[in-house]
Design a protein around this ligand. Structure first.
Ligand code: GUN
Length: 290
């Protein structure tokens, strides 16, 4: 069994980005993170993004708004960032409060500054295999993990669990792209799918992105399958100071004995999301140089 060390691979990518940023002139790429409210997971994710930016020499700024901010006020804040030439990338951390429509917010960010790849234009480019857009960070990170682990996907059956805009849909499209790390046969399962276990059992590669702790049990997996676990779930653990620990969507301890390769949680896909965000920010900056 090969443990796919996302932490190590992400560190290598961040080093590569650091070198690129160091070669730039006086002006450095700058990204602004927007967080609404104090959701503990979002606080932690955004902090990781700020740390990665600092490490690579990318300038980052954090704007925090109260949970009570109206959709219109948030739109105006984003428009101000759109109009600021010193901001090259904008990331609005999801999830947003229920009274704010996420799609509307994602579409407010200029496509050129959309380092999340959630704008309609960037999703359209992803569909058309037009490489000039930003690709969503977690899906891009999943493909990069496979690439750097020499796990090709051509002709393989990839089963994606989850159909979100952030992971399930874009990662499915990437697996359909032409090339050695695409060209897959893709099945997307979701909350209304029947007989999920029998579908997962057919998978050469499983991408679990449903957000339910240990949803994928060892009996669902084909021996020798590759498992990419996108889930980051908090479960109670009184032995930890925090009172919780992080686990994936896959029962890692049981799965590791029958799979050919698997990502751990934490230390798998999570750090890759952050690394790909830095890559998108650098690209957004470079695009402004022409
Ligand atoms: N929430 C969970 N993952 C992500 C992500 O990649 N980007 C944003 N903006 N919010 C998220």
């Amino acid at each position: 069994m090969k443990l796919i060390d996302g932490k190590q691979i992400a560190a290598t990518i961040l080093e590569e980005i650091t070198e690129e940023v160091a070669k730039l002139g006086d002006q450095k790429p700058a990204v602004t993170f927007v967080r609404v409210g104090e959701d503990p997971a979002s606080v932690s994710y955004v902090r990781n993004k700020e740390r990665a930016a600092a490490k690579t020499g990318i300038i980052s700024d954090l704007k925090v708004f109260p949970e009570s901010i109206s959709q219109q006020e948030l739109i105006q804040e984003i428009q101000a960032l759109n109009n600021n030439p010193n901001v090259h990338g904008i990331l609005v951390q999801a999830p947003l409060p229920n009274h704010i429509d996420e799609g509307t917010i994602f579409r407010t960010v200029l496509p050129e500054k959309d380092v999340d790849g959630f704008h309609t234009v960037n999703i359209g480019k992803l569909c058309q295999e037009d490489a000039s857009g930003s690709v969503a960070c977690t899906p891009a990170g999943v493909i990069e993990l496979l690439k750097r682990s020499d796990i090709t996907t051509e002709g393989k059956h990839v089963v994606v669990l989850g159909r979100s805009l952030i992971v399930g849909k874009p990662v499915s499209l990437l697996f359909l792209h032409k090339g050695a790390f695409g060209n897959a046969t893709v099945t997307v399962c979701h909350s209304r799918t029947q007989n999920i276990a029998s579908i997962v059992k057919q998978a050469d590669i499983v991408v679990a992105a449903i957000g339910r702790a240990h949803f994928v049990t060892v009996d669902m997996l084909k021996p020798g399958a590759v498992v990419i676990d996108v889930g980051i779930n908090r479960i109670e653990d009184s032995s930890r100071k925090s009172g919780y620990r992080l686990v994936g969507d896959v029962d890692f301890e049981a799965a590791k004995d029958i799979v050919s390769a698997i990502t751990p949680v934490p230390g798998g896909v999570g750090p890759m999301t952050v690394a790909m965000l830095m890559k998108n920010t650098l690209r957004a900056f470079q695009a402004t140089r022409g």
